[in-house]
Design a binder for this molecule. Structure first.
Ligand SMILES: [Cu+2]
Length: 139
């Protein structure tokens, strides 16, 4: 568990470097975030990005099929009009099987807190219901 977290943090730190180096380039590199889905949690549970950023969530499952579905609108906002997150995939979700990674790509247009949850019924009990997280889009 700790080893996995350490590897994840290391990977995140590595990905942060090229993004900064390319800041002056015409098309900025997407902000890539690795998210691990496992029975029954997402790691990390909370993701921070900046408004206007193109974001790629690399979803990886360590055990079985899971999904990640993001709300299109931030908490407390009316769920109509232009969405706060603009997706490549219209439904704002991806499903993954064990060790078959998928990428969810979107532009974080509007600041706010966006809920995400598992979109595959991965348990009979309450485990699946606990598989939630938050994407925080900062100003
Ligand atoms: Cu689930």
């Amino acid at each position: 568990m700790l080893k996995l977290l350490a590897m994840l943090l290391f990977a995140l730190a590595q990905m942060g470097l090229p993004a900064q180096a390319q800041e002056s380039a015409a098309a900025p590199a997407p902000h890539v975030i690795e998210v691990v889905a496992k029975t029954f949690e997402f790691i990390p549970k909370e993701i921070h990005v900046r408004a206007g950023e193109r974001v790629q969530i690399k979803l990886h499952s360590t055990d079985r099929a899971h999904g990640l579905k993001l709300s299109l609108y931030p908490e407390g906002a009316a769920e109509s009009g232009a969405p706060g997150l603009v997706f490549e995939q219209p439904q704002g979700e991806e499903k993954v099987d064990k060790h078959h990674d998928r990428v969810i790509e979107f532009v974080a247009e509007r600041p706010g807190a966006y809920d995400f949850k598992c979109s595959v019924q991965c348990s009979m009990g309450h485990g699946h219901d606990r598989m939630t997280g938050k994407l925080i889009v900062e100003e």
